[in-house]
Ligand binder design. Sequence first.
Ligand code: GLU
Length: 297
Amino acid sequence: MTFRTRFAPSPTGPLHLGHAYSALLAYDMAMCEGGDFLLRIEDIDQGRARLAWEAQIYDDLKWLGICWPEPVMRQSDRLGQYRMAIETSALAGLIYPCGCSRADIKEALSAPQEGVAVYGPDGLVYPGTCRPEEGISVKRQWNEGDTLRLDMRAAVTHLGASKSRHGPFTFSFTETGEGPNGETGLIEFTPDALIETIGDVVLARRDMGTSYHLSVVLDDAAQKISHVVRGRDLFEATKIHVVLQQLLGLPTPTYHHHKLIRDEDGKRLAKRDDARAISKYREDGLTPQDIRAMVGL
Ligand code: GLU
C-alpha cells in the first residue's frame, strides 16, 4: 500500500512551532516511505478562516522545505459533498436537530439525577435533551441551518446489527504513534465507551452544514489517505472518526498521533501564540534547520 498522508491546517491564524512539527513529521514520513504528502485547507469555519492566513500557510510551508501536489483540497469547496453524505448515507436516519446552547447543556447536566458530568473530545458529553424518543428507522426532519447530532446509541446499534448477531463487538484502529496515556498498537473500544464517554457528537454545526469530524473523515477518504499524522490532542476524537467511517462505508486509515509542542510552562501552543509563529522566526533570521532543531527533528 502506498503511504499517503496529509497536513490539514485551519487558516484561522498563523502556523506556529506545533504546526511546523506536525507538517515536517508527516512530510518526512512520506518521503522516507517513498509515499505522498498532501495539503488540505480546513476552512469550514468561514467566520474565522481568512485567505491571508491561507496564503501565509503556503508561504511558511514552502519556506520549511515542504512541497505538495496542486490543486490543494479546500473544505469550503466541498460543502455539497458533506451535505450529500448527511442526506444519503446511513447517517440520515441516525441524526437529530439540536437547539441547545453550551449553557443549556451545562444546566441540564447540573440536575441532581445526571450524576457526574463527563468530558469527551468535544467537551461535555451531551445529556440528550433534544434526542427524539422514536426508533432509528424513522428519517428525521431537519432544516439547512440546524445543528445536527449523531444519536450514538442508535449508531452503534445500527453497526452492531450489521456486523454480527452474536455477542458484543468492539471498534478499533491502528496507532503507530502514541495516545495521551501511551496507547499504541491496536486500539480497541466498546460501543458502551462510545455512548458514555463521547455521546451524541455534533455532525453539522448551525449554518455550516458540517463539522470537523464529518469533513475530516470524508476528506481523508476522498484523498485516499493511508496514514493520518496529527497531534495527540486528537487521539480521542479518532474514535468518533472510526464510527463515522463505518457508518459511511469508508476505510479506516492508520493513525500516528504525535507529541504536542509546548511552551516553557508546559502549555500547548495555540493560534494566539504569535510569538512562536513561524513567520516571526523567519523575520528574526532563523533557518528551517533551526526550526527542525527546536521541535526535535
Ligand atoms: N484542522 C485540524 C487542526 O488544525 C486538523 C485536524 C487533523 O489533522 O485531523 O487542528
